[in-house]
Design a binder for this molecule. Structure first.
Ligand SMILES: [Zn+2]
Ligand SMILES: [Zn+2]
Length: 338
């Protein structure tokens, strides 16, 4: 519908969608942590499937325009489908309003321009914050505009519900809860290249050495890890060690201490460890240089490593530590102990 929703000169049923992204995402992170009975206040891995969100709220109606406001991860919003408001919050009062004032201004402008009625009369607002109500009331003053409010049930302000009773048939409030598994997903993959080496990994990561997995880690492992560990984690498979050890590095978020507990927990279950040879904390695995540098061979014949003393890997057997007996001077596969 390239003409923007106008068909045959009659009023079309197109909709405008306004998304308070901060509210939607912050509440999604909290809701998801509580649904999974996690030990943390929120699950920072939660992401929004923007295409599904639009599908669910538009419900087969033409979308005249979808606009996103706020400070969630911008990358998720497909710019062919959404326009992303880059309006800066006002700093005059020094206080941050919960609802971006721009979303209120834009809705008011939409419903105050009669020409827009040629393309539809429905405004869909995705927020649970009562600060949006001035915009809703302005739309209610202008018949025949209708407003549909959508948000997770747990974070929908009571004032919004009450307001809907004043405008039966014109202001509707509905939760997104029945579509939660369509709209939200977990981003499990840790992007190691995006971070400086050493910021999160040494104190928050566990290494599975030689787990039994193929190219992809099975979904059942992720589900089991979530169920058992109760802390949000991400992981990556290490590709640098192509010689011998294959690694899955599991990085926990919001874990104050308790990494040793997590390590022991993963080790105690083959479902969690994926039958890894060893399960070690990241610092144990890398500080103690349990893996031979690819520029060296077992008998310490130096080929010259560009990382020198900064290398994470053992420069010959004398530099290596054994995972089995925890002694220095030999690689694990050369351990003399039975
Ligand atoms: Zn090296
Ligand atoms: Zn040993």
């Amino acid at each position: 519908m390239a003409s923007g929703g106008i068909k045959d000169g009659t009023s079309s049923s197109g909709v405008w969608i306004f998304v308070d992204d901060s509210n939607l995402w912050i509440e999604a992170k909290k809701l998801s942590a509580s649904r999974r009975h996690m030990e943390t206040y929120e699950d920072p891995r939660i992401r929004i499937n923007d295409e599904k969100l639009q599908e669910v709220v538009a419900d087969n109606r033409h979308v005249n325009k979808g606009t996103v406001y706020g400070s969630g991860p911008k990358k998720i919003w497909d710019r062919s489908r959404w326009s992303v408001s880059t309006h800066k919050r006002s700093g005059i009062t020094g206080k941050e309003k919960k609802v971006d004032t721009q979303i209120v201004a834009d809705i008011v402008e939409l419903v105050c321009s009669p020409d827009n009625l040629q393309k539809g009369n429905t405004v869909i607002i995705i927020t649970g914050d009562a600060d949006i109500l001035p915009a809703v009331r302005k739309a209610m003053e202008r018949t025949p505009w209708k407003v549909e409010m959508r948000m997770w049930g747990s974070s929908l302000a009571e004032e919004i519900n009450q307001e809907s009773h004043l405008y039966p048939g014109r202001l509707s409030v509905k939760t997104l809860d029945e579509d939660i598994d369509n709209i939200l997903f977990i981003d499990y993959v840790f992007n190691k290249t995006k971070r400086r080496k050493g910021d999160l990994l040494p104190n928050n990561a566990v290494v599975l050495v030689n787990p039994e997995v193929g190219v992809d880690v099975p979904m059942s492992w992720k589900v089991e890890m979530d169920k058992e560990c109760l802390y949000p984690f991400r992981y990556y498979q290490d590709s640098r060690l192509d010689k011998s050890d294959k690694l899955i590095v599991v990085v926990f978020f919001l874990l104050e201490d308790g990494l040793d507990y997590m390590r022991a927990k993963i080790q105690s279950s083959s479902d969690l460890s994926l039958n890894a040879d060893y399960v070690l904390t990241y610092s144990d695995y890398f500080q103690y240089k349990t893996v031979l540098c690819k520029y060296y061979d077992d008998d310490s014949l130096e080929e010259g490593c560009p990382y020198g003393d900064m290398c994470d890997y053992a420069h010959g057997q004398a530099d290596a530590s054994c995972i089995k007996c925890r002694k220095r001077g030999h690689l694990t596969k050369r351990c003399p102990e039975p």
